[in-house]
Write a protein that binds this ligand. Structure first.
Ligand code: ADP
Ligand code: MG
Length: 395
């Protein structure tokens, strides 16, 4: 039974930290998966007679309010999904918020504005965070942590605030941990991890740690070009993190030492620019033109990745294989997603963009073993790191 089932919230105001960090373009939510994933906890708390003050972040506003990262569209969508009005004042702290929070009736929901509009939320300064957390604690009688996508962050609303109130893990966080445990505690082998996405620097530490645990590591997406650069290949104008090249060289050597199969693409779809109407060309990974950028793995690579994935008994995938947002560069991601649906064993997709990608490409959530709402959080869990937001909840 989930710990939330017996957590006493009757007639209480609950501060609920959710992960509502959904992709939004021009005010339109591209994938509401994380909002939907938050509903069970919200509804359970409501059914127990709690009122809710929900906090969440959107993107990385660097501690400054920015209109394009407002949670207003999320408030609207959440209201539609729940069939009730969500009170959204556009504030995060202040007298108005306090007054509304105090006046909430059972079942009512106040959604705070993007919690990262306050620099204190993400501050490295413990005291600055503590002061902010104390301010947030004033709003509620209890805390429920359900923002799995942020549990790897030592942030005020994730780490400091739960210490100040009676606290409990939400259903989503508890469920995520249950699945990821299966991947870390004695996974069925072969165990493969497929990584892609844009930023290598976000994931390099994860890759280093995973080399200790996995049998297969397949790499695509924008991060692969730093691998190619480390191998001395021409990468044209592809995404590259030059300061990571030495680390990648070391990583390739470690993979070899440990007998981890490191699978890199052999063909690449390139284009002159990153745009929807850019003319795609298929080239060998050894022949990327100097004036073009790699935007997807090619069909040979996708087929090779798929074959390797299907041989695994446990697979974790994070990060699209290409710029799936544009149809010309979505094929690699689609083939890899399809391979994951055929895994006999456990297949887990993690990451905001990855989850959005599989849905946008027409797959149903039910085709995968599990779609994790966390990218960085799931990866750090798999690494075996202690996650501040889970520690704070006693998990
Ligand atoms: P997740 O949110 O699932 O953890 P990331 O945020 O790491 O995934 O990466 C997703 C982004 O990576 C997507 O927006 C995608 O367009 C981008 N991407 C994938 N391949 C490339 C590439 N070759 N060049 C540039 N960007 C890429
Ligand atoms: Mg992302």
């Amino acid at each position: 039974m989930s710990p939330l089932a017996t957590f006493d919230v009757v007639g209480k105001r609950v501060f609920l930290r959710c992960d509502l960090n959904v992709p939004i373009k021009d005010g339109i939510i591209k994938d509401d998966g994380r909002i939907k994933a938050s509903l069970p906890t919200i509804q359970l708390l409501q059914s127990k007679g709690a009122s809710l003050i929900i906090a969440a972040h959107l993107g990385r506003p660097q501690g400054l309010p920015s209109p394009e990262l407002s949670l207003a569209p999320v408030a609207k969508r959440l209201g539609e999904l729940l069939g009730q009005e969500i009170i959204f004042t556009g504030d995060l702290t202040g007298d108005a918020v306090t007054a509304v929070a105090r006046s909430l009736k059972a079942g009512q929901i106040l959604l705070l504005e993007n919690i990262r509009f306050s620099p204190a939320e993400t501050s490295k300064d413990e005291i600055e965070r503590a002061v902010f957390a104390a301010q947030l604690a004033q709003l509620a009688d209890a805390y429920v942590g359900d923002g799995f996508g942020a549990v790897h962050r030592k942030h005020a609303s994730v780490f400091d605030l739960p210490a100040l109130l009676p606290h409990c893990a939400g259903l989503l966080v508890a469920g995520e941990v249950e699945v990821l445990k299966k991947l870390t505690e004695n996974p069925a082998r072969p165990y493969g991890v497929v990584l892609g996405g844009a930023k290598l620097s976000d994931k390099l530490g994860v890759i280093e740690n995973l080399l200790e645990k996995v049998d297969l590591l397949a790499i695509g997406g924008g991060m692969v070009f730093t691998f190619f650069a480390a191998q001395g290949k021409e990468i044209g104008t592809s995404l590259v993190e030059s300061d990571m090249i030495d680390s990648v060289k070391a990583l390739i050597a470690t993979a070899q030492e440990k007998g981890v199969r490191l699978v890199l693409p052999t063909d690449i779809v390139v284009a002159p620019t990153l745009s929807a109407d850019a003319q795609p060309t298929l080239v060998s990974a050894d022949a990327i033109p100097a004036d073009q950028m790699g935007l997807d793995i090619g069909p040979l690579s996708a087929a090779a990745f798929a074959a390797q994935i299907q041989e695994c008994a446990t697979v974790f995938w994070n990060g699209p294989m290409g710029v799936f947002e544009f149809a010309h560069f979505a094929a690699g991601t689609k083939v890899v997603a399809a391979a994951l649906t055929k895994v006999v064993g456990i297949s887990v997709v993690g990451g905001g963009d990855s989850a959005a990608a599989v849905r946008a490409l027409g797959f149903a959530d039910s085709q995968f073993g599990y779609i994790s709402t966390g990218g960085g959080a799931s990866l750090e869990y798999l690494e075996g790191k202690e996650l501040p937001g889970l520690l704070a909840l006693g998990l």
